[in-house]
Design a binder for this molecule. Structure first.
Ligand SMILES: *Cc1c(COP(=O)(O)O)cnc(C)c1O
Length: 239
């Protein structure tokens, strides 16, 4: 094994142990939680090694990086998630490789995603990004809509050709009433998911938890955790 492969294998094993322990502590089966490895800022070679090590889901947050990386890794059996703020002029490119867009947070983005998905003959899974620090009718600083906007956006996605409403995503807020209260934030997301599933029963995905707070997310009931630095290392630049 190369040094990098050994390093990634060791990190993956540690993250796997953390997820397993969190599931056990919460009385959940390990299979209820899916690991998505966030490969942003790291090269395609790392994605290839991760795939060889058994990773099946990866996430990226910038189209400029993700598009060429996906092209280099198109032969790998991976599902690609897009988790960054998405401008409508990047939608055509993202629809070309993303299986799931986790950062859907406004009507115009839904319209653009639907149009391009239909054009490409693809079905794109959509998660609504929820900003738990946004006031009613508002938006989060790093994207996301306030909880009171979920219902309408969900109906729009569900009624849009080429799109599939898969569930909800959040990032633990740094400001507002949930700052420093990750467990409470993720429990709030679970309540919002319960409300959503009353109307859209197939929208079962709850994407929450990163390297620093995956235990809190698993405890709250997350179905997907998005882990970057704990697997790949601390990123050189903010991403
Ligand atoms: C970068 C990123 C992650 C992973 O963060 P780590 O702290 O590196 O685990 C998860 N979700 C989103 C939306 C991200 O941008």
């Amino acid at each position: 094994m190369t040094d990098r492969r050994t390093e990634l294998a060791g990190n993956l094993a540690k993250v796997e142990e953390r997820i397993a322990a969190a599931c056990a502590a919460a009385g959940r089966a390990r299979e209820e939680v899916t690991l998505i490895v966030v490969t942003k800022t790291y090269p395609a070679d790392d994605v290839r090694v991760l795939s060889e090590l058994g990773v099946r889901q990866v996430a990226e947050n910038r189209d400029q990086d993700a598009a060429p990386k996906h092209a280099e890794c198109a032969d790998l059996p991976l599902e690609w998630h897009f988790v960054g703020q998405l401008q409508t002029n990047k939608v055509r490119s993202v629809v070309g490789y993303a299986d799931v867009v986790q950062s859907v947070d406004r009507d115009r983005l839904v319209t653009a995603l639907s149009k391009e998905a239909v054009r490409a003959g693809r079905e794109i899974g959509c998660l609504i990004q929820v900003a738990l620090d946004a006031g009613a009718g508002g938006r989060g600083e790093r994207g996301g809509i306030a909880p009171d906007g979920i219902g309408e956006l969900a109906d729009l996605i569900a009624g849009s050709p080429g799109l599939r409403l898969d569930g909800l995503m959040t990032v633990a807020p740094l400001t507002g009433e949930y700052a420093g209260r990750e467990r409470a934030a993720f429990e709030r997301l679970m309540d919002l998911s319960t409300d959503l599933r009353r109307i859209h029963p197939a929208a079962t995905m709850v994407s929450a938890g990163m390297s620093a707070d995956l235990e809190e997310a698993v405890a709250a009931g997350a179905t997907h955790v998005r882990v970057g630095s704990a697997v790949l290392g601390v990123r050189a630049r903010l991403g």
